[in-house]
Design a protein around this ligand. Structure first.
Ligand code: C5P
Length: 230
């Protein structure tokens, strides 16, 4: 089993709250995911601040546009201290390849990730937008497109790894949200997996939000998850 690292999803509104959370957790945590909520409100300066606090930044913007526009966005983002970035793999091989070329030219160590099927999409929703496949089948199709584009990783549910690992583990890193430590509330996540199950399934990174930032002691929650992953 390869190693699996923890990423904290920083889905908070206020910078003050986020700052004191991160300072309280300290060096047991390496990775922080900043999503659309905080990036839209606080912009590139906030990314620099999180990096200055000593964390690696996963910027979860889920880019999806024509290849030229996504490539230009990558160029603009390449000066930021980010270590992971998402784009929608349903944007197509050409779009992902254009983004990947910018990565190779400007920021080769950036782990660019294709988002597969959002966990909010079920079979009926996919059909409504013209996709006749089951979500699992569609995730597998999109993983093939990610590999073809040269993008080095993807985001999926840890439950889908058994389909992907046999075909793609040599070529892709897998990042999985929807994780709940044993005994934690599921919140709105429907198909949850524990940290140790996700690692055993072949996940390289797990994304965990509420079980950490809503915990009485976020630092203890991080330590417990790290203990489960070790
Ligand atoms: O609080 P919780 O652990 O459920 O947060 C999970 C994080 O992962 C959130 O930032 C959520 O947007 C993100 N995510 C997810 N499911 C996906 C893709 C991303 O839960 N399929």
């Amino acid at each position: 089993m390869s190693s699996c690292e923890l990423i904290l999803a920083l889905d908070l509104e206020s910078k003050d709250e986020a700052r004191s959370l991160l300072q309280g957790i300290g060096p047991d945590l390496k990775w922080v995911k900043v999503g659309l909520q905080m990036f839209t409100a606080h912009g590139p300066e906030w990314i620099r601040e999180v990096a200055d606090l000593g964390f690696k930044v996963f910027l979860d913007l889920k880019l999806h546009d024509i290849p030229n526009t996504v490539a230009k966005a990558l160029q603009s983002l390449s000066d930021l201290p980010i270590d992971m970035l998402t784009l929608h793999s349903s944007g197509g091989v050409e779009m992902m390849a254009a983004a990947n070329q910018v990565r190779l030219d400007r920021k080769p160590n950036l782990l660019l990730l294709g988002v597969t099927v959002l966990t909010s999409m079920d079979e009926a929703q996919l059909r409504r937008v013209g996709v006749p496949n089951s979500p699992e089948r569609q995730v597998h199709n999109l993983a093939g497109a990610v590999v073809e584009s040269g993008v080095p990783g993807l985001v999926c549910s840890a439950k889908e790894l058994s389909l992907l690992v046999p075909d793609y583990a040599d070529q892709l890193k897998f990042v999985t949200p929807g994780i709940r430590p044993t005994g934690a509330a599921a919140d709105d996540q429907k198909r949850i997996v524990t940290p140790s199950q996700a690692a055993a399934n072949g996940s390289n990174f797990i994304v965990v939000g509420r079980p950490i930032y809503k915990a009485e002691s976020p630092r203890s929650a991080v330590q417990a998850i790290n203990g489960e992953l070790a």
